[in-house]
Write a protein that binds this ligand. Structure first.
Ligand code: GDP
Ligand code: CA
Length: 333
């Protein structure tokens, strides 16, 4: 069974951890032969950036660290037990962004990545090399090798045309998504292509799952890369997504600042309708909403979606594995 997941950082890694757990349990119980399930994760690259001379790939690293078990579970980002000595020095030098802390161990990853990029490796080749260090149990591929970092256009009355543009990370981390966003843009998108292996992973999958990641700045940025949407339309695999919205609010983070920018209500059914029903030219065969959103599931079923209401909170291995199992169950009618 080949499973391909589209994912961002935090929601993505929780979901992929749950999927890995569920598959391990099936292997332990004999329901799956060892190695029978292969998981490929297509990782959002929209958050990527150059900072202090190094290349950061935040969503990729979040997944890498979480799957390797070396992530900081309390802070929710970076490496466990990290220090910030280098970041303090960079602040003294006035290099980088003072409000964007890079941990020392984390910087080790960025330096290794940048060194390999300088040697001529592509981002996806670098990503493959970074995964050699740990036994992750899944394969991570950046959605694209192109540098199509996400920028945000914000309303600014001081500017001649009334707007100013900044990197997504500045809007998100420095301003906590509080500046009024007008649009999200990825420059050079026309010339971008999926990284090697991405289209194959989608076309060759038995199931495609959308993690409960930010529909705009994680899943949206993956879908915007020319060729990925087409592969999803073409694949014979069922496509099932999990709502990142529970009871009209985001579970963690600030995704509610992004949906209105693209004109979508912060609502589990609205996000499903935004992705669209496959039979109607959209993306989804199925959609999972939280048990508290059961009416949304009923409304979606009336619209022809395959939809179920199940517990969507990923609190621990049990709840995360159960969610992955529900997503897999929805792939087979
Ligand atoms: P980011 O790249 O770190 O911003 O993370 P993602 O885009 O992968 O995920 C962010 C989304 O994950 C947010 O919109 C949250 O609502 C969602 N999320 C986080 N934890 C959970 C959870 O336990 N259950 C569900 N359903 N969604 C979650
Ligand atoms: Ca992200």
């Amino acid at each position: 069974m080949r499973i391909t997941v589209l994912a961002g950082g935090v929601g993505g890694s929780r979901f992929v951890l749950g999927l890995r757990e569920e598959l391990r349990r099936r292997e332990a119980s004999g329901a799956l032969a060892p190695g029978e399930a292969e998981v490929t994760v297509v990782v959002n690259t929209g958050d990527d950036l150059w900072l202090a001379g190094v290349r950061l790939m935040p969503d990729f690293d979040t997944l890498l660290y979480a799957l390797a078990g070396v992530n900081d579970t309390e802070r929710g980002w970076g490496r466990a037990g990290d220090s910030e000595r280098v970041a303090e020095e960079l602040r003294e030098w006035g290099v980088g962004w003072p409000w964007f802390t890079l941990g020392d161990l984390d910087l080790g990853t960025h330096l290794a990545r940048t060194a390999w990029l300088r040697e001529g490796l592509t981002p996806s080749q670098v990503a493959a090399r970074l995964q050699h260090r740990w036994e992750l149990g899944v394969r991570l591929i950046p959605a694209t090798d192109a540098e199509v970092d996400l920028h945000v256009e914000v309303a600014d009355p001081d500017e001649l045309d009334g707007t100013r543009t900044m990197h997504f990370q500045e809007w998100w981390t420095r301003y906590r998504a509080s500046l009024p966003a007008v649009a999200f843009r990825q420059q050079g998108l026309d010339g971008a292509a999926p990284a090697p292996g991405v289209v194959e992973a989608i076309l060759g999958a038995d199931a495609v799952l959308l993690a409960p990641s930010n529909p705009v700045v994680s899943i949206g940025t993956i879908l915007a890369i020319p060729g990925i949407r087409e592969a999803l339309d073409e694949t014979h695999a069922p496509v099932v997504g999990v709502s990142p919205i529970i009871g009209g609010a985001v579970v963690r983070g600030m995704a509610d600042a992004c949906l209105p920018v693209i004109g979508v209500e912060t609502d589990a059914a609205a996000v499903a309708r935004h992705y669209g029903r496959r039979a109607g030219g959209g993306l989804l065969d199925g959609w999972l909403v939280d048990e508290t959103d059961a009416p949304a599931a009923a409304a979606l079923r009336a619209d022809g979606f395959r939809a179920e209401a199940v517990p969507l909170w990923m609190r621990d291995p049990d709840t995360s594995a159960a969610l992955a199992a529900a997503a897999l169950a929805l792939t087979t009618p």
